[in-house]
Design a protein around this ligand. Structure first.
Ligand code: 2YC
Length: 273
């Protein structure tokens, strides 16, 4: 996943209600319902423990508004959540002393949610892929028997590919690195997903698929000519693979946010009883 900037996320804390309305318009469902669909955890079965979000100063350091954005998404889903005053080890100690049952934190490589009571762990990359596959399933009215192209065979693409197959889709994988592409096809095979295929070249694959998950860090590679009248694009995170023109052509048939669906899936993942 590409590293977020404050500019990518500063709007989140004040726009979650309108984002829910956008999701309902596109998928017929709210952020909570998409997370529930992704994790198969019903809202009434959630065990909502207090959530402590801990800023981490390591590596490239704290991203302004990152922890507050995560806290606002988790609170929007009905959890009692707080950002610790202290960062790092002091923040973890503070979260435990303030009776957090779940902690969430991100360094430059991993963004995780950990249930301190059950040991359940959810990783943002894989959870984001699953959350977007679930949103896509709802947006297209059921993926069963449909072909989906996954661009990017990293953690997000892996989570998406496995979940898409779970919804009955026929998955094609493209990655600029052939080894990583093959590794994902082999992984899916190990999970008894036998009809996943590796795409040799990106361009023809973009023309041939009307449902695409953009799970790679490239920008502006999906253009107007790749989109058919009824293309659906799910684009987790930043940057967006669609060009300006592609974005306009997609309109309501695009699922894209910098953090919300991934965080919602993570907290549902670790809050099952
Ligand atoms: O503010 C903080 O605590 C920072 N240490 C957070 C760094 C997050 C770095 N990762 C990312 O920007 C992206 C996110 C979409 C989640 C995964 N990678």
């Amino acid at each position: 996943m590409t590293r977020l900037t404050t500019e990518d996320i500063y709007h989140i804390t004040t726009s979650l209600n309108s984002y829910d309305l956008q999701l309902i318009a596109k998928t017929g469902h709210t952020l909570a319902q998409i997370a529930s669909h992704a994790t198969k955890v019903k809202e009434e079965d959630l065990v909502r423990l207090r959530v402590g979000i801990i800023p981490l100063t390591c590596g490239m350091g704290i991203i302004g508004r990152f922890s507050e954005s995560v806290q606002s998404i988790v609170s929007h889903l009905g959890f009692d959540a707080f950002v610790t005053e202290a960062p790092d080890a002091g923040g973890l100690a503070e979260a435990v002393q303030r009776k957090a049952g779940v902690v969430m934190m991100a360094d430059d490589d991993r963004f995780v949610a950990i249930n301190l009571k059950t040991g359940l762990v959810s990783d943002n990359g894989e959870a984001t892929g699953r959350g977007y596959a679930a949103g896509l399933d709802l947006m297209v009215g059921g993926l069963k028997g449909k072909e989906v192209l996954v661009v990017g065979a990293g953690p997000v693409g892996r989570g998406a590919a496995e979940a898409l197959a779970g919804f009955g889709a026929k998955v094609s994988i493209y990655d600029i690195d052939p080894k990583r592409k093959e590794a994902l096809v082999d992984y899916l095979l190990s999970r008894n997903i036998t009809d996943a295929v590796a795409e040799g070249r990106l361009e023809p694959a973009l023309y041939r698929h009307r449902i695409i998950i953009d799970a790679c860090p490239a920008a502006d590679y999906i253009d107007l000519e790749h989109l058919q009248g009824d293309s659906f694009i799910a684009a987790p995170g930043i940057p967006l693979g669609l060009t300006e023109e592609g974005l306009r052509a997609c309109g309501e048939r695009l699922l894209h946010d910098p953090l919300e669906i991934g965080v919602a899936t993570m907290i549902y993942d670790v809050s099952r009883f």
